[in-house]
Write a protein that binds this ligand. Sequence first.
Ligand SMILES: Cc1cc2nc3c(=O)[nH]c(=O)nc-3n(C[C@H](O)[C@H](O)[C@H](O)COP(=O)(O)OP(=O)(O)OC[C@H]3O[C@@H](n4cnc5c(N)ncnc54)[C@H](O)[C@@H]3O)c2cc1C
Length: 411
Amino acid sequence: MSIDFSLSPELERIRGEVRDFIEGEVQPAEARIREGDLENTDRDAYIGELIALRNKAQSVGLWLPHMPEEWGGMGLGHVELAMVQAEAAKSYYGPWVLNCQAPDEGNMHTLLHWGTDEQKEKYLKGLCAGSTWSCFAMTEPEVAGSDPTLIRTNAYEDGEEWVINGHKWFISNAHRASFAIVVARTEDDPDLPQAANTAFIVDIPTEGWTEVRQIETMHGSTGHSEILIEDLRVHESQMLGGRGQGHLLGQYRLGPARLAHCMRWIAQAETALDMMVDRSLERYSHGSILAEKQGVQWMIADSAMELYQGKLMVLHAAYKIDAGEDFKSEVSMAKHFVANMLNRVIDRAIQVHGALGYSTDTPLAHMYQHARWARFADGADEIHQMRIAQRTIATYKDHGSTRAATGDLPI
Ligand SMILES: Cc1cc2nc3c(=O)[nH]c(=O)nc-3n(C[C@H](O)[C@H](O)[C@H](O)COP(=O)(O)OP(=O)(O)OC[C@H]3O[C@@H](n4cnc5c(N)ncnc54)[C@H](O)[C@@H]3O)c2cc1C
């Protein structure tokens, strides 16, 4: 086995192109948008600027890094994708400009793997072209999202159609999506509790689909919708995957999608650390700059070590996905660690900036508000810890050692 962390010249080139594009085109546009008050800015001009950037990204081949070339993508593996996502997410809009943003990115993977040819033609093509948006509707206000076996939204068969009723919330992108992947209970008495749900593709807007509101969150009202589903009819050909396979499909979707979040969070944490160091080099107090204070150095050192750990975990989990090995524990560990590391690093960066960090004059406050959801969405911390512990205990029972449960690394 060879361990080599260097990039091939071809990948160095791609990474350089993504970095130049983000720094040269996307970040300046983002700064212009941030400077203006969005309420008062001409919204069409703002959207026009972002769409022009998307078109440019597509024309220079920085488009769909996660998709195969036959779908217009860059055909990268997960390790390579980590590098591109970590560059793209140095800008808030970067992943969107490259068309690798959540939840469309995860939905593209899902359609590619589970969709029929007709479904791919009808739904995947538009997502890849960047002409449509999608959402994934699983979570419900009435039951714990952590346990999808509790899902109450149900679907019953009526001739060639399925009739869906239920209540969903926190459905990202639903406000602008042209279709939703809806997970509903179809089986009353399944052999396994995990075999009760089925996924359906629903064109939206449609009769029976009501967007109640975009939920106001701690980072504003930014496109996470509450949805009421009442006697919504879909043809049986809209079933995605098999009957009873909704849970499996959700798990399949979430593995790589969780890691893609981590790749973007790495970029955000690195931005925060850069800002922390930059500020510490220019702020002067009690006879020296902050960078010379031991208390500040500890924050910098802890952040650097944690960022390094996070990068290694993400790269290794990505390597396991690419190698076709079981990656569940590594992705769980990476997701848990990186989500918490992100929150800690941004918090320290705010601390070093003092009142400025608390203001909205820097991106830190905005990043902090966004980062909080990372600890429970796509699997709460405690759920990942529960699964990691279960696998570690099982590994010990099977092999008399926990070694294989800690990444199965050669040390
Ligand atoms: C910004 C944002 C975007 C989202 N986008 C989507 C989307 O597009 N589509 C979608 O379907 N959902 C989406 N969600 C929902 C998200 O997936 C859920 O919040 C998540 O699955 C947790 O479910 P819950 O909120 O119902 O929390 P619950 O399941 O009620 O859990 C609450 C807390 O209880 C604890 N807990 C729960 N179970 C256990 C356990 N077994 N052991 C120990 N502790 C436990 C954990 O601390 C957990 O944080 C989004 C959420 C946010 C915040």
